[in-house]
Write a protein that binds this ligand. Structure first.
Ligand SMILES: Nc1ncnc2c1ncn2[C@@H]1O[C@H](COP(=O)(O)OP(=O)(O)OP(=O)(O)O)[C@@H](O)[C@H]1O
Ligand SMILES: O=C(O)C1=C[C@@H](O)[C@@H](O)[C@H](O)C1
Ligand SMILES: [Mg+2]
Length: 170
């Protein structure tokens, strides 16, 4: 089984994905962390040197590689759905889970973190709202399962996802 988590920055893909994998004895890979491990630099540095375009090229290569795996929980970057090839690969090859989180919660979870280049703008709060408006339809278009990720703790989210995946497989 390949489980793919999608959603906005701060939705909990990394936190919830890692916990889901641990409980199910599956491997866990976070696309952003994997790109950082392979390049030896932070995502923000790739944005600085290669632009967003360069980062997106690396992201698509990695999605193509990792969506061929199984027994894997894959946490994607928030912008993975912008590319139609990524969307096709994800929905064809895995069970796609959208962690849908209201923008005020996303803001609370990301406001003290400097690691997200797209939020290093004068009005990050407005940026989150614009990105959500643009991306929510794309997340929905590839999702097999949509969960409300704004409530409860990561452990609770894992149990909600477990049940949803069981129902989906039936
Ligand atoms: N269900 C949850 N309840 C409360 N806090 C959460 C929950 N999920 C994640 N968090 C917290 O929100 C923050 C962001 O979570 P995380 O880094 O997992 O998001 P992400 O979706 O991987 O974001 P990004 O796309 O930027 O990598 C973390 O501090 C995490 O501890
Ligand atoms: O929402 C986005 O476009 C991004 C989210 C992060 O996970 C990183 O992949 C990068 O900062 C871009
Ligand atoms: Mg993450």
């Amino acid at each position: 089984m390949l489980v793919i988590l999608i959603g906005m920055m701060g939705a909990g893909k990394t936190t919830v994905g890692r916990e889901y994998a641990r409980r199910h004895h599956m491997r866990f890979i976070d696309c952003d962390h994997e790109i950082e491990a392979r390049t030896g630099v932070k995502v923000s540095t790739i944005f600085e040197i290669e632009g967003e375009e360069g980062f997106r090229r690396r992201e698509t290569q990695l999605v193509d590689e990792l969506t061929r795996e199984s027994d894997l929980v894959l946490a994607t970057g928030g912008g993975v759905v912008l590319n139609s090839d990524n969307r096709a690969m994800m929905s064809e090859r895995g069970i796609v889970v959208y962690l849908n989180v209201p923008t005020p919660v996303l803001w609370e979870r990301t406001r003290h973190d400097r690691n997200r280049p797209l939020l290093q703008v004068p009005n990050p709060r407005e940026r989150i709202e614009n990105l959500y408006r643009e991306r929510d339809p794309l997340y929905r278009s590839v999702a097999d399962i949509i969960v409300d990720g704004g409530r409860g703790n990561p452990g609770g989210m894992v149990r909600v996802i477990e049940k949803a995946i069981e129902n989906f497989k039936k």
